[in-house]
Design a protein around this ligand. Structure first.
Ligand SMILES: *[C@@H]1O[C@H](CO)[C@@H](O)[C@H](O)[C@H]1NC(C)=O
Ligand SMILES: *[C@@H]1O[C@H](CO)[C@@H](O)[C@H](O)[C@H]1NC(C)=O
Ligand SMILES: *[C@@H]1O[C@H](CO)[C@@H](O)[C@H](O)[C@H]1NC(C)=O
Ligand SMILES: *[C@@H]1O[C@H](CO)[C@@H](O)[C@H](O)[C@H]1NC(C)=O
Ligand SMILES: *[C@@H]1O[C@H](CO)[C@@H](O)[C@H](O)[C@H]1NC(C)=O
Ligand SMILES: *[C@@H]1O[C@H](CO)[C@@H](O)[C@H](O)[C@H]1NC(C)=O
Ligand SMILES: *[C@@H]1O[C@H](CO)[C@@H](O)[C@H](O)[C@H]1NC(C)=O
Ligand SMILES: *[C@@H]1O[C@H](CO)[C@@H](O)[C@H](O)[C@H]1NC(C)=O
Length: 862
């Protein structure tokens, strides 16, 4: 009660002190405390091997009252499999005993105990094997220091009893070799230093099973495990690896064969309610036996079973599976093997009968379904046993040899011990018999053993005491009359690199419900390209919805987690699985608008040329002469350029066309307007010249006119050159306006440049308009100023409307608007200034006289 401060160390110290005191006093004595245990099978020899097998697979569950000493465990359900294992051990022992090569002159004996698969009994048995406490010589006081009774222990079959035994004997370094305990936990040499086995660890099996499940694309599986070390550890590793391989478990349930039926009922309900079609079962054959009855009772068919080696190649399970629930199952088994002579030896059961052997009687009775000594009162009368029954013709799990690979494991284990002893006793023709055998040395020898069996199989252990991990992949293929073939469809070899470990042969597999198609077991179907996975809330990662990628995003693999955005020049296609180049939008010659504008431009050019031709033909006539023919031709020339420059706006923008566009337009228009301005000035001047005392005309003669046109144009040229040098327009792509189209356009480079060019044109146009407006009322029979005013009105109107349209309309429409403005204003000038004159020249030649030109007050022509 005093001791929460003084924990166990203090207590241990006290004990140690006590021991020291006692040992000083006298040699300690050992007393038999519990009830003695006698082995079920026993034979004396120079060297004795221990064996632990669960000849019974269950025991009667008893409620302990803690009022008296618990009764010994009452074992039930005789298990013939374990008799087979024991027979294999005896066979190996006898073979070695007979052999003159291995341990010559040394006779081997054995002590074999039944553990019933119970952990408590296993511990008891382990102590019995080490102490040899079966002799009752009450009140005996034997000295404590004596060698172990057995040199090595073969067994157990299941992992849980094996861990119990290995824990007990570990500190004494008594070697234990199991033929079927696969729990990966047993590889831990700090806990089980003396444990070895001839079956691969579940460390590999769980990995192999996970890879197998992954191989067939089952990402949504249920799991059933035996609630013992085998199932729990194996399943834990499986789940860990499965998670790495993106496999999800819908449920993972455990049960044990002695569980009450309501617990099993709950498990059945879980399976019934599940949506996964694949069940991974980490069960021993005994657990599967119980489970299969329950499943048959509930007609739970249609599931694809994936099994551990505990049951997958057990023909006994196949035999009781009358509803074909497990047909098509796939799983791992240890590779097929054969031990010659074993079957004949095994069938000879008589030698198992040592005198007064209760278990042998039970075995015999169960084997032949008869009874010795039947009490007449019992309700069901069975056949009487004669003791002369014959095994030939008996069909049960004792005569079934499908577990030969495991028998081989037992056989190899015994041989490993024999080889170790052989080298320890430095046997040549004879062995040194009087050597004191030390368990730790035997253990070291066994760990380093490397030999070949008579059937050519290599036996050795790695540093964890495990053999090399090789499995066959077994498929249950139903044949006629309900017989199931265990077809080997592949191999798993853990010693190879990860991608080669699983090697499925090209044989046709048969799946659940006799199907040729690989069953599908997924929580959600794969997300096709063009979609991405979105996990469902609160569900495992294998359950997800597929969401279509947004516009401009794609996913080009199945089961993509994200959608990737396309680069700026690209856009997603309709299926969202590829980026396609965006459609480039620009005003081209091919499309209707481009073609119309081109036609209009060419038409304008032709018309200008025609007018020029008419003027040239009639250059001597007064009307042409009167109207300052030089400027007129220059104007016609610049108008031609204006019409033509609109063509530079059509077509895919290039570096050159961008630079040309605005500058050519700016310069030709300035040239054009400066000509008009010149003409207006001439009209104004001419009027002033007619006034008396004016010699304005001298100051504004043809030379000055030419110069002023040149000068005005030069300013625009300089503006354009500056623009081109400082920040020229360049082709650019506009991604903003449309999501799925690229607008190819010319960026201005410098907005100032652009507006300066336009502004200069505007300035000249306004100036021209004002002059023309002033001159419009001047008396002249053919007053050009009126037409110029009108044309400038059109010009200004067009350009004023152009500006808002240009600013607001995106892409190619702004280009079209600009071209339209150019064409409209050019046509305006051409029509207003030249058509009336052409009309007179061509249709009213009578008016084309000098008199008419100069005549004042005469009838106006328009
Ligand atoms: C081993 O051989 C000896 C004789 O050499 C024999 O007495 C003994 O019974 C044999 N043991 C077994 C297990 O066969
Ligand atoms: C051992 O030898 C005996 C007699 O020589 C023989 O009957 C028996 O079958 C042999 N056992 C084995 C396992 O070879
Ligand atoms: C199972 O199926 C059999 C016949 O196929 C039927 O008689 C039995 O009632 C079914 N059992 C259950 C639990 O559905
Ligand atoms: C087992 O051996 C005992 C004595 O050796 C004998 O009485 C008994 O009948 C034998 N049992 C069988 C089943 O042969
Ligand atoms: C058969 O029963 C008698 C008495 O009922 C008993 O003496 C005898 O030992 C029993 N034999 C066996 C083999 O159990
Ligand atoms: C066994 O004896 C033979 C000769 O009888 C000898 O050549 C051989 O080296 C010996 N082997 C061992 C391991 O002592
Ligand atoms: C497997 O068999 C199928 C047809 O039976 C064949 O088309 C395929 O090529 C084979 N694959 C391999 C790897 O041999
Ligand atoms: C998927 O797209 C990426 C880039 O978007 C590309 O590198 C890859 O090759 C594509 N994969 C397939 C299978 O098309």
């Amino acid at each position: 009660m005093f001791l929460s401060v003084w924990p166990e160390q203090g207590w241990a110290l006290l004990q140690l002190l006590l021991v020291v005191l006692l040992s000083q006093a006298e040699e300690p004595v050992c007393r038999q405390r519990g009830d003695p245990e006698s082995p079920q099978l026993f034979k004396d020899g120079d060297i004795i091997l221990g064996g632990t097998f669960s000849f019974h697979s269950r025991w009667k569950d008893r409620q302990e009252t803690y009022m008296h000493k618990p009764l010994p465990l009452e074992c039930t359900s005789l298990n013939f499999r374990e008799f087979q294992f024991a027979q294999s051990m005896l066979f190996a022992i006898e073979e070695i005993n007979n052999s003159t090569d291995l341990l010559p002159g040394v006779s081997l004996g054995y002590k074999i105990y039944d553990t019933c698969g119970s952990i408590a009994r296993s511990v008891r048995v382990a102590l019995a094997l080490t102490n040899g406490n079966e002799i009752v010589s009450a009140p005996s006081e034997e000295p404590c220091t004596k060698p172990a009774q057995v040199q090595a222990i073969m067994g157990e079959t299941s992992s849980s009893p094996t861990t119990a035994i290995a824990t007990v004997i570990g500190p004494f370094h008594i070697p234990m070799i199991s033929h079927f305990a696969t729990c990966a936990c047993l590889s831990d040499k700090s806990k089980y230093p003396s444990f070895l086995r001839t079956i691969p660890s579940d460390y590999y099996q769980s990995r192999a099973l996970a890879q197998l499940v992954k191989h067939f694309g089952w990402t949504w599986v249920g799991a059933i495990r035996a609630n013992n070390d085998y199932g729990n550890n194996g399943m834990a590793t499986f789940i860990e690896i499965a998670q790495q391989l993106d496999i999800c478990l819908e449920y993972s349930v455990s049960f044990f064969r002695t569980d009450p039926s309501d617990k099993i009922q709950k498990m059945i309900e879980i399976i019934k309610a599940s949506t996964s079609r694949v069940i991974v079962a980490f069960l021993s054959q005994m657990d599967m036996d119980v489970l299969i009855h329950e499943l048959s009772h509930h007609n739970l068919t249609g599931y694809q079973w994936v099994g551990s080696e505990g049951w997958i190649f057990d023909s006994q399970i196949a035999a009781i599976d009358e509803h074909h629930i497990l047909d098509g199952a796939i799983g791992l088994s240890i590779p097929k093997a054969h031990v010659s002579g074993l079957k004949a030896f095994m069938m000879n059961v008589k030698p198992l009968n040592s005198s007064n052997n209760k278990m042998f009687t039970e075995f015999w009775e169960t084997l032949f379904s008869c009874k010795f000594n039947q009490s007449k009162s019992s309700a069901e009368i069975q056949r009487d046993c004669t003791g002369q029954e014959d095994l030939t013709g008996v069909q049960n799990s004792f005569t079934d040899m499908s577990l030969m690979p495991i028998f081989n494991n037992v056989y190899k284990g015994v041989y490993a011990v024999a080889h170790a002893l052989h080298s320890m006793l430095s046997c040549n023709k004879t062995c040194t018999k009087d050597l004191q055998l030390d368990p730790i040395t035997i253990l070291q020898h066994i760990q380093n053993i490397h030999f070949k069996t008579k059937d050519g199989e290599e036996v050795y252990f790695n540093e964890n005491g495990d053999p090399a991990a090789k499995y066959e992949i077994i498929n249950w293929q139903p044949r006629e009359k309900g017989i199931v073939d265990f077809v080997s469809v592949g191999l798993y070899d853990a010693s190879l690199s990860a991608d080669k470990q699983l090697n499925l042969q090209n044989t046709s597999l048969i799946w659940a419900q006799n199907s040729q198609q690989v069953p599908v077991s997924v929580c959600s179907e794969k997300c096709p390209p063009g979609t991405r996975k979105v996990l469902q809330k609160g569900k495992p990662v294998c359950c997800y919805d597929c969401i279509r990628c947004a516009e401009g995003e794609i996913s080009n693999i199945t089961d993509s987690v994200t959608c990737t955005r396309c680069p700026p020049e690209f856009w997603s296609n309709n299926r969202r699985d590829a980026c396609i180049k965006k459609e480039a939008v620009f005003l081209s010659f091919e499309e209707i608008m481009g073609a119309l504008l081109t036609t209009a431009s060419l038409f304008g050019t032709c018309m200008t040329a025609l007018v020029a031709y008419i003027f040239f033909r009639n250059r001597k006539t007064p009307i042409v002469r009167a109207n300052n023919s030089e400027l007129s031709f220059l104007l016609l020339f610049s108008l031609t350029l204006c019409f033509l420059c609109s063509l530079t706006f059509i077509g895919r923008p290039s570096e050159w066309s961008c630079m040309l566009r605005h500058t050519a337009f700016g310069i030709t228009f300035v040239l054009c307007i400066s000509c008009v301005l010149g003409k207006t000035m001439v009209v104004l001047m001419a009027f002033r010249a007619t006034l008396p005392g004016s010699n304005v005309m001298k100051w504004f003669g043809p030379a000055q006119q030419r110069l002023s046109v040149l000068g005005v144009t030069l300013i625009q040229i300089i503006i354009c050159i500056l623009w081109l040098i400082i920040s020229p327009p360049f082709p650019s792509m506009n991604f903003k306006e449309f999501k799925d189209k690229i607008i190819l356009e010319c960026a201005l480079g410098s907005a100032v440049g652009f507006w300066a060019v336009l502004g200069y044109i505007g300035l000249l146009a306004v100036l021209c308009f004002i002059c023309a407006f002033l001159a419009r009322k001047l008396p002249d029979n053919f007053n050009e100023a009126k037409f110029i005013t009108f044309s400038m009105l059109i010009f200004c109107a067009v350009w004023i409307t152009f500006i808002p349209a240009y600013v607001s309309s995106p892409g190619k429409f702004s280009v079209a608007v600009e071209i339209f403005a150019i064409l409209a204003s050019s046509f305006g000038l051409l029509i207003c200034i030249f058509i009336p004159k052409c009309y007179i020249i061509l249709l009213r030649p009578e008016k084309n006289t000098k008199k008419n030109m100069m005549g004042k007050g005469s009838t106006k022509s328009f």
